[in-house]
Design a protein. Structure first.
Length: 149
């Protein structure tokens, strides 16, 4: 390993953490009028990729949070009609969570609400830089997904 790599990795992690916090704060502010947070939106995006629904445990594993936190978030969104929670046939312990039509519509509204702030976040990057950043982040995500503990 090159002698400067640990220092550069540390700097990269600090930058990622700061950018994540600053972007999340902006996006949470944009989502607030919809009664959503980035946590809610991440959960809705996950369910969008699961047309057959997902269990609380599957959502918790995918989002790397504990099941009680997912249950609480799902419960609040279900009360608002954004999600349905159904007991799985043959297994009363398993509940399947799905987006409702209202949930799909709200996710579209969330995307529109976040757009101005997303534009602001990426304003310093030209199209090539943004494409490069997206590719690099996708590589990191793929690696981290494949090597989850």
């Amino acid at each position: 390993m090159h002698g400067d790599r640990p220092e550069t990795q540390g700097q990269a992690l600090r930058e990622l953490a700061i950018v994540q916090q600053l972007a999340t704060t902006r996006l949470n502010r944009a989502l607030k009028p919809l009664g959503l947070t980035m946590t809610h939106t991440s959960l809705l995006f996950h369910l969008l990729s699961c047309p057959d629904g997902a269990s609380i445990g599957e959502i918790a594993d995918a989002m790397e949070v504990n099941q009680p936190a997912v249950s609480k978030t799902v419960g609040g969104l279900a009360e608002r009609g954004i999600l349905t929670v159904e007991t799985a046939p043959g297994d009363a312990r398993r509940r399947t969570v799905r987006l409702t039509g209202q949930g799909h519509a709200l996710l579209g509204q969330a995307m529109a609400a976040m757009h101005p702030d997303a534009t602001h976040v990426f304003a310093p990057l030209d199209d090539a830089d943004l494409a490069s950043l997206t590719g690099l982040l996708a590589r990191l995500r793929t690696h981290l997904d494949a090597t989850r503990a």
